[in-house]
Design a binder for this molecule. Structure first.
Ligand code: HEM
Length: 411
């Protein structure tokens, strides 16, 4: 197997380890038309960056229903219109709309604000570790990688941490609702769960408008667009959904991937523990090697050429960050976790350009606080099973759903 056609990115076995498929595509067909779907998959670093730069050609403003090959069941629209609010996308748009909305949320996680959160995140990390350090083993995803980002985003949004189980359910529903292989029954279930989320947040919008607090909900309900208008309910709901899902699943996957990489590279632990600069590069290498968002879509507005291939207007393009981040032209020995890599931070796990991840400074800070504390307090990290657990089968995201580990303690 070594030609692009030998692999299907929809095949769960390929999704488990897609890197040979990506290498074949980068080499033989960097703009690869997937026969199963007609999507054009872009795998070279420079091509992905170019597509992200040309926002008027590679549009983020498309109807997500084109991504459901089996179509969306008609009940889905009815569920929203009869029991909730229409789903509107405000950040998955193009300028000038995107610029307008992005400005409103840009302030939430600036580098300065996130630096100020460091002692708070440290405290949260230690609280979580305290819960299980005495046991000598833990299921790392459910007891650490999942609750950490969930609690942080709940606190920042200004909603009770105790509702974390609800947020997890809605966050999963939001991801599944636009995943290309979600079956119709699950699409209907997701619509009901997202309506439940809408019904939870709408009264809070009203409450914060009347009595604003120091949280993101208050920021967005009191914000005004440049024409003086306040955001309407569907606009507010989309921002909340983006923050909940953007802030959770991805960071959980990055934390899980980082723990597995530490277990697989015990010889690197000493250097990472001893030197904060190595820890920062470790975090970038985790994001580069195991990008939680493996790819996202854009729709081509006019015929455009990349790597000598013409992509016709109207086509759906999948920008494959997971492949670009292992492009040997950009990252020599791309599969190696290299703590001295000079351009480790140039990866596209948070993409580049106007849609650059809003939560990148926060995600990086959570990862640094997490691995600093974990390495400070634990040693002899190992798996409790013979083999690492599988990744969830998914075309867009990459992440472990469980990771049972054992360890000794240092402090
Ligand atoms: C390791 C963790 C994370 C990863 C890998 C990640 C990845 C990404 C990627 C790839 C995009 C671009 C999507 C596209 O335009 O196609 C994005 C956008 C975004 N992310 Fe993140 N993200 C992470 C954490 C977060 C956190 C913690 C938050 C918020 C608390 C967040 C909020 C957002 C938002 C709101 C956008 C939309 C930005 C826009 O379109 O202008 N993300 N993220």
């Amino acid at each position: 197997m070594d030609r692009p056609e030998d692999y299907s990115l929809l095949d769960p076995a390929v999704q488990e380890c897609p890197y040979a498929a990506y290498a074949a595509m980068r080499r033989d067909a960097p703009v690869y038309r997937m026969p199963e779907t007609g999507y054009y998959v872009i795998t070279r670093y420079q091509d992905v960056r170019e597509a992200l730069r040309l926002t008027d050609v590679f549009s983020n403003d498309f109807d997500t229903r084109v991504l459901s090959p089996r179509g969306q069941p008609p009940e889905v629209v009815e569920i929203y219109s009869q029991h909730g609010w229409e789903r509107k996308r405000v950040l998955q748009t193009d300028p000038p709309d995107h610029t307008r909305y992005r400005r409103l949320v840009d302030r939430a996680f600036t580098a300065g604000r996130v630096r100020a959160m460091e002692p708070y995140i440290d405290a949260l990390v230690h609280e979580l570790i305290d819960e299980w350090i005495g046991d000598g083993e833990v299921e790392f995803i459910s007891r650490f990688a999942n609750p950490l980002p969930m609690k942080v985003i709940a606190d920042r949004l200004g909603v009770p941490r105790e509702d974390a189980a609800l947020f997890k359910r809605w966050s999963d529903a939001s991801v599944d609702s636009i995943a290309i292989s979600t079956p119709p029954e699950r699409q209907v279930e997701c619509a009901w769960q997202l309506v439940e989320m809408q019904q939870y947040f709408v009264p809070l919008f009203e409450q914060r408008r009347r009595a604003p607090q120091q949280d993101i909900l208050s920021d967005i309900v009191t914000a005004r667009l440049e024409d003086g208008r306040m955001l309407a309910v569907p606009e507010l709901l989309d921002l909340v959904e983006q923050l909940l899902t953007g802030g959770n699943e991805t960071t959980t996957h990055a934390l899980g991937a980082g723990m597995l990489l530490l277990i697989e590279h015990p010889h690197l632990v000493g250097r990472i523990r001893a030197d904060i600069e190595r820890l920062k590069i470790f975090v970038e290498e985790v994001l580069r090697l195991e990008s939680p968002t493996q790819g996202t879509f854009r729709q081509v507005r006019r015929d455009v050429e990349l790597s000598g291939v013409t992509i016709p207007a109207g086509s759906m393009v999948n920008l494959r960050y997971g492949a670009a981040n292992r492009d040997e032209q950009m990252f020599p020995e791309p599969a190696t976790l290299d703590l001295d890599r000079p351009n480790a931070g140039a990866h596209l796990a948070f993409i580049s350009g106007i849609h650059h991840c809003l939560g990148a400074p926060l995600a990086r800070q959570e990862m640094i606080c997490a691995f600093r504390a974990l390495l400070d307090r634990l040693e002899g990290l190992r798996l409790t099973e013979d083999r690492p657990p599988p990744h969830m089968p998914n075309f867009m995201m990459r992440g472990l759903t469980r990771l049972p580990i054992a360890f000794g303690t240092r402090k």
